[in-house]
Design a protein around this ligand. Structure first.
Ligand SMILES: C[S@@+](CC[C@H](N)C(=O)[O-])C[C@H]1O[C@@H](n2cnc3c(N)ncnc32)[C@H](O)[C@@H]1O
Length: 254
């Protein structure tokens, strides 16, 4: 059977790759992905034919993976975190939907989820995603800023916890400061914000700042933020900062 695995490999450390994802990689002869992600896979991709492509070559990566799979090579297209969250899986289905080569339609596709950056960030600090949340990407490369702005206002109005992906890149940095100003219209300046960098990689850093203090210059491309809702709380447990968003048990706990 012609087979393509779409595999989420977690945020960095191999310990975060789910067994099903490891199994898919082991069954594949060919691995396609961004060079850094493939390097992070270490021994898992030993003896595999690896096809690395740079950032910005997303369409090439997905096209190559579909070409290899339709030529009969069992192929894994890998992406960090969850491959369905701001990653390659949706592009694979978009190409199949809008620009399919006839042979691609013979390929059986299986998606293997991965642990997303926001989940690891949350786990390192407590439980900030404990109640309703949304994720918003600050990348206006493919999404007009007006749409991102609209979503930020909606998140503010709905009082959602907001996980922010792609806060800045090499070519843009002003969006996160605008996001801060929009959310400050709806929630207090001292709202806790988790800043998580290089999760499960070298130089991992997780800290909490107030919403009013979020600033583009403190962030980089490998940063995820979790902006609390008006219910999110910061506390200290054994001298360690913790953030959580309650589900409302205070009404039933006596
Ligand atoms: C294109 S998105 C990919 C998201 C990925 N598919 C996921 O589920 O985590 C890239 C963004 O993910 C976040 N990210 C990915 N890996 C990270 C890590 N190790 N530490 C912190 N943030 C990370 C950053 O916000 C980065 O700008």
């Amino acid at each position: 059977m012609k087979k393509l695995f779409l595999v989420g490999t977690g945020p960095g450390n191999l310990d975060y790759i789910l067994p099903l994802a490891q199994q898919a990689i082991m069954e594949s002869s060919d691995i396609v992905g961004y060079g850094l992600y493939i390097d992070l896979l270490g021994d898992l991709v030993k003896n595999k034919t690896c096809h690395t492509r740079n950032l910005g070559q997303e369409t090439e990566r997905v096209t190559l993976a579909l070409d290899l799979a339709s030529a009969g090579r069992v192929t894994a297209l890998v992406s960090s975190g969850d491959i369905g969250i701001y990653a390659m899986a949706s592009l694979a289905f978009e190409l199949l939907d809008r620009h399919p080569k006839p042979e691609w339609l013979e390929v059986s596709i299986e998606t293997l989820p991965g642990v997303s950056a926001m989940q690891v960030a949350a786990s390192k600090i407590g439980a900030p995603l404990g109640h309703d949340f949304c994720t918003i990407s600050m990348s206006d490369l493919l999404t007009p800023w007006e749409s991102i702005e609209k979503r930020l206002h909606a998140a503010g109005q709905g009082d959602f916890v907001v996980a922010i992906y792609n806060p800045i890149s090499k070519t843009r940095n002003w969006q996160i400061n605008h996001a801060r100003e929009i959310l400050l219209e709806y929630r207090p300046p001292e709202t806790p914000v988790v800043i998580a960098k290089n999760l499960s990689r070298e130089n991992e850093m997780v800290k909490v700042v107030s919403l009013v203090d979020v600033a583009a210059e403190d962030l980089d491309m490998l940063t995820t933020l979790i902006i609390g809702s008006s219910d999110s709380r910061l506390l200290s447990v054994q001298n360690k900062q913790r953030v959580y968003t309650p589900r409302g048990y205070s009404k039933v706990l006596k």
